[in-house]
Ligand binder design. Structure first.
Ligand SMILES: Nc1nc2c(ncn2[C@@H]2O[C@H](COP(=O)(O)OP(=O)(O)OP(=O)(O)O)[C@@H](O)[C@H]2O)c(=O)[nH]1
Ligand SMILES: [Mg+2]
Length: 623
């Protein structure tokens, strides 16, 4: 059976060890923009993309999560195995396996290539990151590898997207020659003995085909001597994080002022253009006040993620994982929990999903339960608003801003409480064994790619604006309706909003939440705030806009709430499960209603207890 160029789609799977550049290659081939990152386990789901070769053949390319062997240890590896072997009913079969091998670390890749030869599909071996290998003076004889493996071999530099000609040519050549049909698989899970034997075999191929330069201590090794030092390492990590939050406040201020001015201008223009009445109220006090109050926090979010993306691409985050591993191990967390927890700083949802890389069920569950305690980006608007209102913008000396310091403390509080919860449950359930350590190959430091960072920021910005335009927009309208109707009676003595549904709901909840210092307006904002955290900011903004307040929301809050209430609400947001989608994902990923309720319950309990303590402590201190 031959597949002439163009007459049908050739289905290709990208397989390889973690962090060898599969997704980069996928992007280069398909022109897609999937996320790459300089640490293992970035891709946790299959991604499919289409491409057309220069020779005109259509390709359907699947990017798989990284795996060292088809011998599956974790659920995501099982998926990869089943997809490759074609034993999954929901996955279509492949015509060609493209095995990606990291040119700077060929051992696992070559071993995997050997194993995949038994699957029964034709292989094409791609030796990626050839640029780094050349740069280091590593000489790789591709023809020799091809003859040793008995498979076609090409080199690539996937991130540059240039010089892909040889790869395209080879794909076209294979298709033109006619890809052999799938043979029955000879693959069987290798035993530990066979694995070791295969590694020796890989070493033999490397010895025959690869010439290493005389060993000099590499740049990465020299840097790591400091960065991974048991004393200096954690200090450097803390300083970097600290600088990050200083930059978030200092750098965002001018941009944020610009955005607020823009929102005010739009709001003023719409007020002037529309006659006084319901429509104007709905648009100005509902939509613009609500969505505008959240959009102004875009600069903070982008600055924070610029830092994270740059550190990630630099290769530093893998070192951070390494440094955190010991602490996490003592808290009973699996080393592989680092990446899910790190992703949770963006949003708990992808974080919880990437906990699939953890093979042990109990370790995975623990990671899922604490992931929502990491400070997700939806908390940034809430924190920034409250810090802006209640923490004075002054320096505490050495050019250190107090607001940035408090923000740093809040993020740290999230991490520390997650570790403590993990630790406490380890004691509670008497798990004696310390969790498995992180088996992470530290990648070499690389100059961050501007393209990747900009792309990452763009994806963040788009996601943020989409939320503002959908969930936050609708929630603002709901809050506006609730705080406008029913109208106040003609002989009303109090502000009109006090007669509205919102006030009724607020007063209904007030008895539960007044012990922790919340006003009824906060109660009103917290209910729609269950949909997404930022909605609480939008809700407060709308409630105060309807109450006739004008000027900045922060100023209004500082004038109307005691400090203790502000602090209590901040503490609430460290712990409270204020996001329905996260709760739904916990339910889906644990496949259990019980664990969903456990997570909701423990987080509400922590939020209530700590807000209570904070409220009464600050009240006592401030008289
Ligand atoms: N210099 C250089 N860097 C590369 C090349 N290919 C990938 N990288 C970098 O290597 C890192 C890992 O790339 P990914 O494409 O995310 O690797 P992956 O195999 O998909 O990783 P997982 O999904 O975690 O298994 C990223 O920092 C890339 O920018 C290359 O050819 N040359
Ligand atoms: Mg990937």
């Amino acid at each position: 059976m031959t597949a002439d160029a163009g007459d049908r789609v050739t289905r290709i799977a990208l397989v390889g060890a973690p962090n060898c550049g599969k997704t980069s290659l996928f992007n280069a081939l398909t022109g897609a923009n999937q996320r790459v990152g300089n640490y293992s386990g970035v891709t946790v789901e299959r991604k499919i993309g289409m491409a057309t070769t220069p020779g005109g053949a259509s390709l359907r390319i699947t990017d798989l999560p990284g795996t060292y062997s088809l011998r599956a240890r974790s659920p995501d590896e099982a998926v990869t195995r089943d997809v490759i072997l074609g034993t999954r009913v929901d996955a279509e079969p492949f015509d060609l396996l493209m095995v990606v091998v990291d040119a700077t670390q060929m051992r696992p890749g070559l071993r995997l290539a050997r194993e995949l030869a038994d699957v029964g599909l034709p292989l094409l071996v791609v030796v990626n990151m050839i640029d780094i290998a050349r740069h280091r003076g590593i000489d790789i004889d591709l023809d020799r590898i091809a003859s040793e493996l008995g498979q076609p071999v090409v080199a690539s530099t996937a991130v540059r997207r240039a010089g892909m000609g040889a790869l395209w040519g080879r794909i076209d050549g294979l298709i033109a020659a006619g890809l052999p049909a799938r043979q029955p698989t000879r693959w069987a899970a290798p035993s530990a003995h066979q694995l070791r034997q295969a590694l020796r075999e890989a070493d033999r191929v490397i010895a025959a085909a690869v010439t290493l330069p005389e060993h000099r201590r590499s740049f990465s090794e020299k840097v790591d001597a400091v960065v991974l030092n048991p004393f200096a390492g954690p200090v450097i990590l803390l300083v970097l994080m600290f600088l990050m939050f200083q930059a978030v406040f200092a750098g965002a201020a001018p941009l944020m002022d610009g955005l607020s001015a823009l929102v005010d201008a739009v709001s003023g223009a719409v007020s002037a253009a529309l006659p006084e009445g319901l429509l104007r109220g709905l648009i100005v006090d509902g939509a613009i006040a609500g969505v505008g109050s959240v959009i102004v926090f875009l600069p903070q979010i982008l600055i924070l993620f610029a830092f994270i993306l740059i550190l990630e691409d630099l290769g530093y985050m893998a070192r951070a994982a390494f440094l955190m591993d010991r602490i996490m191990g003592h808290a009973g967390l699996h080393g592989r929990a680092f990446i899910p927890l790190l992703s949770s700083f963006a949003c708990a949802i992808p974080g919880i999903m990437s906990a699939r890389v953890i093979d042990d069920e109990r370790d995975r569950l623990m990671t899922i339960l604490i992931a929502p305690l990491m400070t997700c980006s939806a908390r940034i608007p809430v924190y920034t608003l409250l810090i802006g209102a209640f923490v004075p913008a002054r320096s505490i000396g050495f050019g250190i801003g107090l607001q940035g310091l408090v923000m740093f403390a809040l993020f740290a509080a999230g991490v520390v409480s997650a570790l403590l919860v993990a630790f406490a449950s380890r004691l509670l359930f008497r798990r004696r064994e310390i969790a498995a350590p992180l088996m992470l190959d530290l990648p070499d430091y690389k100059v961050p790619q501007l393209r990747g960072v900009v792309l990452g920021l763009w994806q963040r910005a788009r996601a943020f604006l989409r939320r503002a335009g959908t969930i936050i927009f609708y929630a603002s309208l709901v809050v506006w309706v609730l705080s406008t109707f029913p109208y106040a009676p003609a002989d009303a003595t109090e502000p009109a909003i006090n007669y509205s549904f919102a006030a009724m709901i607020g007063h209904l909840l007030a008895p539960i939440l007044s012990p922790i210092g919340f006003t009824w307006q906060i109660c009103v904002a917290l209910v729609p705030g269950m949909a997404a955290r930022e909605v609480a900011v939008a809700g407060l903004s709308t409630v105060y806009a309807v109450s006739g307040g004008d000027g900045a929301l922060g100023t209004a809050l500082a004038a109307q709430w005691p400090l203790a209430t502000g602090v209590s609400l901040i503490v609430w947001y460290i712990f409270a499960p204020q996001c329905l989608s996260t709760i739904a994902v916990i339910r889906r990923e644990t496949a259990s209603r019980r664990w969903m309720w456990v997570s909701v319950g423990y987080m509400f309990a922590l939020a209530y207890v700590f807000s209570f303590l904070a409220y009464h402590l600050v009240s006592a201190l401030t008289g």
